[in-house]
Ligand binder design. Structure first.
Ligand code: ADP
Ligand code: 3PG
Ligand code: MG
Length: 396
C-alpha cells in the first residue's frame, strides 16, 4: 500500500478547482525567512495547472498566531509565488466568508491559523475550506504531525485525498531512512532538547551502524558517563535514559572528546564572554560547552567517511553565533561533498536546514533535505501522522 498521488490520476484535476494544502510556515515579522518550503511545492502547483485544473487554491498556516496577527499574514508570499509561476496570484483575506477571485489561476488563502477552527480540527472550518476546491491535495508534509482542520478534519469532505509530489517524495525518502537505509548507515545528531529526540534516537539506533552525538544534548550523555560538563546545559530528567541508552548501544555511539566553551552564558553573540577550547573531554567548572571541538570534528569526519547513507538532524553547536558555528559548518561542508561520491545524506530538522541555509550551502548538494522539522522526526520515530493517515491509499 502506498499513497495515492496526483500523478496516479492526472485526469481527476481537469477542469476542476483544486484545494492544495502546503506548509508555508516561513513568514517571520512580515517577511519570508526562507523560500525552500515554497520552492519545493512549485512542481505540484505546475503539475496541477498542466493537468488542466481550472484553479489552484493554495492554503497554509504560518507561526502560532493568537488571532489575526498582521506580522504572520501570508500576503508577502503572493509576490514571490507570482514571480515564480510567471502569473499574478490572487489572495483571499477572509477564508470563512470570502471567495477566490475567478480570474486568477492560482490563489493563496490567508494564514489558516488566524481562525481557531484550524487549530481545533473543527469540521465547520474544514467545511468552509471545502468551498475552495472540488478536489483536495495535501502537499504539507511539514505539518502532517498536527491534527489541524485543513490536514485532518478535511477528510470528511472529500471522497479521495491526494498526496502532492512533495508529500510523496518526503514519505518515500524518509521511509527508506526509517525502514531500509543503505548500509553502512550512520546517524549524526545534535540540537538542544534531549526530550524531543528520545523516540527518534530509539528508532534509528536499531538500523544504524554508528551514531555521532553533538550539540547541547551531548552534555547529558557525557554527564551520564560521569564526565565533567562544567556549567553546560544538562537535561537532568533524561540522565537515566541516557545511561541506559549507552548501556544498550554504547558500542555504536560516538560522543565529543573536546569542546569549544564560553566563560559565561551567551546572551548576545560576541559580548560578555570569552571563548575557551578544552584540552580533552572534561569541561572545567565555570565553562559552558557551546560547540564540539576540533578533535571531535576530525573524528566524526573520519567516521562518517565509512557511511553510504547518513541521516543528520540537529546543529552540533550554537551555530547562530560565529564563535560556535565551526562544528556544524565544517561537518555540513564535509557532508555536502558526499553526493558527488554517490553517497546519500538525508537532512531533517528546522534548525538544521536553517543552518545549511545560513552557511550558503545549496540544498541540492544533499541527497534529500526534508521540509519537515517535527514532522520528519515523528515520522522517523515510527508514529502514524494524522495528515498522512487521511491520504487515500493505493494498492500496488
Ligand atoms: P532541529 O530543529 O534541527 O531539530 P533542534 O531544535 O534540536 O534542531 O536544536 C537546534 C538548536 O540547538 C539551535 O538553536 C542550536 O543553536 C542549539 N544548540 C546546539 N548546540 C548547542 C549548545 N551546545 N548550546 C546551546 N545551544 C545549542
Ligand atoms: C513546522 O514548521 O514544524 C510545521 O509547520 C508545524 O508548525 P507548528 O509546530 O507550529 O505546529
Ligand atoms: Mg528546532
Amino acid at each position: 500500500m502506498r499513497l495515492l498521488t496526483v500523478k496516479d490520476e492526472p485526469e481527476a484535476f481537469k477542469g476542476k478547482r483544486v484545494l492544495l494544502r502546503v506548509d508555508y510556515n516561513v513568514v517571520k515579522n512580515g517577511k519570508i525567512s526562507d523560500t525552500y518550503r515554497i520552492d519545493r511545492t512549485l512542481p505540484t502547483i505546475r503539475f496541477l495547472l498542466e493537468a488542466g485544473a481550472s484553479q489552484v487554491v493554495v492554503a497554509s498556516h504560518s507561526g502560532r498566531p493568537k488571532g489575526k496577527d498582521k506580522k504572520l499574514s501570508l500576503k508577502p508570499i503572493v509576490k514571490y509565488l507570482s514571480e515564480k509561476l510567471g502569473s499574478e496570484v490572487g489572495f483571499v483575506e477572509d477564508v470563512v466568508n470570502g471567495d477566490a477571485p475567478e480570474d486568477k489561476k492560482v490563489v493563496l488563502l490567508e494564514n489558516l491559523r488566524f481562525w481557531e477552527g484550524e487549530k481545533n480540527d473543527d469540521p465547520e472550518f474544514a467545511k468552509a475550506l471545502r468551498r475552495f476546491g472540488e478536489v483536495y491535495v495535501n502537499d504539507a508534509f511539514g505539518v502532517s504531525h498536527r491534527r489541524n482542520a485543513s490536514v485532518h478534519a478535511i477528510k470528511n469532505f472529500y471522497d479521495k485525498r491526494y498526496a502532492g509530489l512533495l508529500m510523496a517524495e518526503e514519505v518515500e525518502a524518509l521511509t527508506t531512512v526509517r525502514d531500509n537505509p543503505e548500509k553502512p548507515f550512520h546517524v549524526l545528531f545534535g540540537g538542544a532538547k534531549v526530550k524531543d529526540k528520545v523516540p527518534v534516537l530509539e528508532s534509528l539506533i536499531e538500523k544504524a551502524d554508528r551514531l555521532y552525538i553533538g550539540g547541547a544534548m551531548a552534555y547529558t550523555f557525557l554527564k551520564a558517563l560521569g564526565k565533567e560538563v562544567g556549567n553546560s546545559i544538562v537535561d537532568e530528567e533524561h540522565l537515566d535514559w541516557a545511561k541506559d541508552f549507552l548501556n544498550r548501544y554504547g558500542d555504536k555511539v560516538a560522543l565529543p572528546v573536546d569542546h569549544v566553551c564560553a566563560t559565561a552564558p551567551v546572551e548576545e553573540c560576541g559580548r560578555d564572554y570569552e571563548v575557551r577550547d578544552t584540552e580533552g573531554v572534561d569541561i572545567p567548572d565555570g565553562l559552558i560547552g557551546y560547540d564540539i571541538g576540533w578533535e571531535t570534528v576530525k573524528r566524526y569526519r573520519d567516521g562518517l567517511k565509512g557511511a553510504n547513507m547518513v541521516f543528520w538532524n540537529g546543529p552540533l553547536g550554537y551555530y547562530e553565533c560565529e564563535d560556535f558555528e565551526c562544528g556544524t559548518k565544517l561537518l555540513a561542508i564535509f557532508l555536502s561533498a558526499f553526493k558527488e561520491e554517490g553517497k546519500k545524506v538525508v537532512v531533517g530538522g528546522g534548525d538544521t536546514v536553517a543552518a545549511i541555509s545560513t552557511f550558503h550551502i545549496p540544498y541540492e548538494d544533499f541527497h534529500f533535505v526534508s521540509t519537515g522539522g517535527g514532522a520528519a522526526l515523528e515520522f522517523l520515530s515510527g508514529k502514524d501522522l494524522p495528515g498522512i493517515e487521511i491520504i487515500t491509499k493505493k494498492e500496488d
